[in-house]
Design a protein around this ligand. Structure first.
Ligand SMILES: Cc1cc2nc3c(=O)[nH]c(=O)nc-3n(C[C@H](O)[C@H](O)[C@H](O)COP(=O)(O)OP(=O)(O)OC[C@H]3O[C@@H](n4cnc5c(N)ncnc54)[C@H](O)[C@@H]3O)c2cc1C
Length: 445
C-alpha cells in the first residue's frame, strides 16, 4: 500500500474512481497525470450498442448538455463537441433554432452560439472512449464497490469490490485516493459513518417530479424549423415537455409533471395526449406518424438533494464524493452533468495545489460550483404550488418574479441573454440581478 504522503504527488500512486457515469469519467480525466494509475470501477457491464444501461436509467430521457458543460468537456478533451457533431450529433443554433417557453413566455431568439444535442448513451460512450485513451487510465466493469477500507486514523486506503450478486467474489483494492462517483444514492456519505465520521448534513427539496420519454426516428424537416422545443411548467399547469433532435435524426420527447396528478402516462395511446396543451397540434400529429425507436420509459424523481460535505469538521484523507453523490438537482433544469463536470474541473485545480488536505479544499470548491445552480433551481421549484414546504406568499412572490423576468426575456435581448446564460451555466444566475436587467424586467412587468 502507498503511504499517505504519496497521495496526489505528480505521476505517482493509484486513484480509484467508483462509477463510470459523467461524474466518474470527468473525475478520471481530472486525476490523470496526477496519479500513475487511475482505475475506473463500474458495476454495469457496457452494452455493445449505445443502449441505456441499468446503472443510468435516466439515460432514456432527454439529457441536454448545457453550453457551460460542453465548454468544460472541450477543455478536458479538445475538439470533443466537434467530434460528437461530426459523429451524428445535432448542433442547434441557440437561441434561433430553439423554441423555449419558460413560465409562459417565449424566450427571445437572440443568436448566442450553438448547443450540442445528443442522447446520454451516445455522450457517455464517446466520453468513455476519450477517457480510456488517457495514459494510465483503465476501466474495470461488472464490479461493485461494497465498502471502504481504512487503515488507522489517516483515512481511506482502498475499497472492497465484488461482482454484483456474488458476495464470495470480494477483493480488496488499494488506492491512494478513492472517488465516489456512484450517483445520488449517497454511498460515500454512508461510508463516512461506517468509518466513524459524521455524515454530511443534507438539504432536500421534495419535488415529486416524474418523467416519461420516448425516442422517435424522424424524417428531416417534418417537425418544423426548431431543433429543440422546451416548454417549461407553470404554476397553473405544472407539466412540461422537451422535444430535441439528437444524433442521426432521432428525436426524444420527454414529458414531465410535478405531483402525482400531473405525472405523465406511460401507455402509448395516452402518451402524446399529455402534451396536448404543451406542443402544437402539428408537432403531435407528426410524432404520431413518426417511427418510435424505443418504448416509453418512466423515471420518478422524488427530491433534489445537496450534501454539505464542506461543513464537516472531520474528513478522512483519501476519500471524496463528486457529481450527484454531492448534489442532485431537479433534472428539469438540465444542469446535473454540467455541475459534475465543473466539480471535476475544481478537483483538477485542487490537485494542482498539491495533496495536503485535498478533501477539504475540494469540498470548499464544490460548494461554490453547486451554490448558484442549487439556489436557482430550488427557487424555481419553490414557486410551484405542488412543491411543499414553502410559505404560499413566498411561492407567489417567486412565481411573480420568474413570470416578470420571462415576460421581459420575450422582448428584451439583454434579459434573454441573462436568462440563457443562467440556464446554460455559461454565466451566473446573478446576471439576472444586474441593474440593467432588473430595470428591463421592471419595464415589462
Ligand atoms: C430523468 C432525468 C433527466 C436528466 N436530464 C438531464 C439533462 O438534461 N442534463 C443534465 O445535465 N443532467 C440531467 N440529469 C442529471 C444527470 O443524469 C446527473 O446529474 C448525472 O448523470 C450525474 O452523474 P454522476 O456520474 O454523478 O452519476 P450517474 O450518472 O448516476 O452515474 C453513477 C454511476 O455509478 C455506478 N455505480 C453505482 N453504484 C456503484 C457501485 N457500488 N460500484 C460501482 N459502480 C456503481 C452506476 O452504475 C453509474 O454508472 C437528468 C437526470 C434524470 C433523473
Amino acid at each position: 500500500m502507498n503511504p499517505a504522503p504519496s497521495r496526489g504527488h505528480r505521476g505517482t500512486g493509484h486513484a480509484l474512481v467508483l462509477g463510470a457515469g459523467i461524474g466518474g469519467l470527468c473525475a478520471a480525466r481530472a486525476l490523470s497525470g496526477f496519479f500513475e494509475r487511475v482505475t475506473v470501477v463500474e458495476r454495469d457491464t457496457f452494452p455493445e450498442t449505445s443502449d441505456v444501461r441499468r446503472g443510468v436509467p435516466q439515460g432514456a430521457h432527454v439529457h441536454s448538455l448545457t453550453p457551460g458543460g460542453a465548454q468544460v468537456l472541450d477543455e478536458f478533451f479538445p475538439g470533443f463537441t466537434a467530434e460528437l457533431a461530426a459523429g451524428g450529433g445535432t448542433l442547434a443554433g441557440a437561441l434561433d433554432e430553439l423554441d423555449i417557453v419558460f413560465f409562459g413566455s417565449r424566450l427571445r431568439q437572440v443568436p448566442l452560439g450553438r448547443v450540442l444535442q445528443v442522447s446520454r448513451p451516445f455522450l457517455e460512450d464517446r466520453l468513455r472512449t476519450r477517457v480510456l485513451a488517457l495514459p494510465g487510465v483503465s476501466l474495470r466493469s461488472g464490479l461493485e464497490a461494497t465498502a471502504p477500507i481504512a487503515t488507522g486514523p489517516a483515512g481511506v486506503s482502498g475499497v472492497r469490490l465484488a461482482r454484483p450478486g456474488e458476495p464470495d467474489s470480494v477483493e480488496a483494492v488499494d488506492a491512494d485516493l478513492v472517488v465516489d462517483a456512484m450517483g445520488r444514492a449517497g454511498r460515500g456519505a454512508a461510508w463516512l459513518t461506517s468509518l466513524g465520521y459524521r455524515a454530511p448534513s443534507a438539504a432536500r427539496l421534495h419535488v415529486d417530479v416524474a418523467y416519461a420519454s420516448r425516442r422517435y426516428q424522424v424524417t428531416p424537416g417534418t417537425l418544423g424549423p426548431a431543433r429543440g422545443v422546451l416548454i417549461g411548467a407553470t404554476q397553473a399547469r405544472p407539466r412540461g415537455a422537451v422535444l430535441t433532435q439528437q444524433e442521426n435524426d432521432a428525436w426524444v420527447l420527454s414529458l414531465y409533471g410535478f405531483g402525482k396528478d400531473h405525472h405523465p402516462p406511460t401507455a402509448p395511446e395516452r402518451f402524446l395526449d399529455f402534451a396536448a396543451d404543451l406542443l402544437p397540434a402539428d408537432t403531435r400529429a407528426a410524432l404520431r406518424t413518426a417511427e418510435p425507436i424505443t418504448g416509453i420509459s418512466s423515471f420518478g424523481y422524488p427530491a433534489a438533494v445537496r450534501r454539505d460535505f464542506h461543513r464537516l469538521r472531520r474528513l478522512p484523507e483519501g476519500l471524496i464524493s463528486i457529481g450527484d453523490a454531492v448534489c442532485s438537482l431537479n433534472p428539469i433544469y438540465g444542469a446535473g452533468m454540467t455541475v459534475a463536470a465543473l466539480e471535476a474541473k475544481a478537483l483538477r485545480r485542487c490537485l494542482h495545489d498539491g495533496p495536503a488536505g485535498l478533501p477539504r479544499r475540494f469540498y470548499r470548491e464544490t460548494a461554490r460550483a453547486v451554490r448558484l445552480p442549487w439556489l436557482f433551481s430550488t427557487m424555481a421549484d419553490r414557486s410551484m404550488p405542488q412543491v411543499p414546504g414553502t410559505h404560499p406568499a413566498l411561492a407567489r412572490l417567486l412565481a411573480t418574479s420568474f413570470r416578470a423576468t420571462m415576460r421581459a426575456a420575450a422582448e428584451d435581448a439583454r434579459v434573454a441573454t441573462a436568462v440563457w446564460n443562467a440556464v446554460s451555466l455559461t454565466g451566473s444566475p446573478a446576471e439576472l440581478a444586474r441593474p440593467g436587467v432588473l430595470a428591463a424586467v421592471f419595464r415589462h412587468r
